[in-house]
Design a protein around this ligand. Structure first.
Ligand code: NAP
Length: 253
């Protein structure tokens, strides 16, 4: 039956940036759908662990700083040591540094590109190797952005990295579909999380953004839940290399 294809019972999901925001919401969604969840973060995921457990799930906390690719192999190993396998990778961790392009420093540029783009690629590669070893396929869900499609203002490195995520998602899907690995992405619109705190505190920018969202509200972590479960499940078996916008209609406007 169709709803059964959305179930994730027996699956193991790894979510980066699991301690807060969209990552936390996606951990809860995956647990509700039946997956065991390994949450990766550079600080405690106690709140997420509680939420996952309250939803009947099992949670493993993996402390790792994704400002370099150094912890990538360990993340796979800790997941497999605890749960015996890995089936779903959600590359959600990301940073944004706002500054006029004319003044943007090389240090800030490298920080953003490293976490949002380089580490995402090496996590994809490490998990794809694990999926190929297991021989049963797997799922990768990258988190893109409206700035995978648009230029943005005062966030040149973020726009470059999130535009790269859209292309990388296509490139990896092309190479790995033959292994039954689906690589897709979700492009959130303007969501009320730490990522947009600075933007939301700017009354003028915040008003302009809200005015342009057809749904008439900022998004929430709950808004990501349906898309992440779909792209993590066999319901999306024939969806490859696509980025789904969860944006209240922002791109349609
Ligand atoms: P958020 O609350 O800032 O979450 C970002 C997550 O990434 C946090 O868990 C953060 O950990 C983690 N992270 C950042 N750098 C890390 C590092 N070096 N090592 C480990 N973890 C690291 O914002 P969010 O909105 O939930 O963002 C989640 C994803 O959605 C990001 O990729 C973001 O770019 C994307 N996105 C957000 C929006 C939006 O409007 N909010 C729109 C489009 C795309 P800490 O809490 O320790 O910083």
């Amino acid at each position: 039956m169709i709803l059964d294809t959305f179930k994730l019972d027996g699956k193991v999901a790894v979510v980066t940036g699991a301690n807060t925001g969209l990552g936390q919401g996606m951990c809860v969604a995956l647990a509700q759908a039946g997956a065991k969840v390994a949450g990766v973060a550079r600080r405690s995921c106690a709140e997420t662990a509680e939420l996952v457990k309250a939803n009947g799930g099992e949670f493993l906390e993996i402390i790792a700083d994704l400002s370099s690719s150094e912890p990538v192999e360990r993340i796979v190993k800790e997941t497999v040591d605890k749960f015996g396998r890995a089936d779903i990778l959600v590359n959600n961790a990301g940073i944004i540094i706002r500054e006029d392009a004319i003044d943007y420093s090389e240090e800030d540029w490298n920080k953003v590109i490293m976490t949002n783009q380089n580490v995402v690629f090496f996590l994809c590669q490490a998990f794809a190797k694990q999926y190929i070893k297991q021989g049963e396929g797997g799922k990768i869900v990258n988190v893109a952005s409206m700035l995978s499609y648009q230029g943005g203002i005062r966030v040149p490195a973020y726009t470059a990295s999130k535009s790269a995520i859209l292309g990388l998602t296509r490139a990896l899907a092309n190479e790995w579909a033959k292994y039954n690995i689906n690589v897709n992405a979700i492009a959130p619109g303007y969501m009320a999380t730490n990522n947009t705190k600075q933007l939301r505190s700017d009354e003028q920018r915040s008003g302009e953004i809200l005015e342009r969202i057809p749904a008439g509200r900022w998004g929430t972590p709950e808004d990501m839940m349906g898309a992440v479960v779909f792209l993590s499940s066999s319901a999306s078996a024939y969806v490859n290399g696509f980025t789904i916008a969860v944006d209240g209609g922002w791109l349609a406007r």
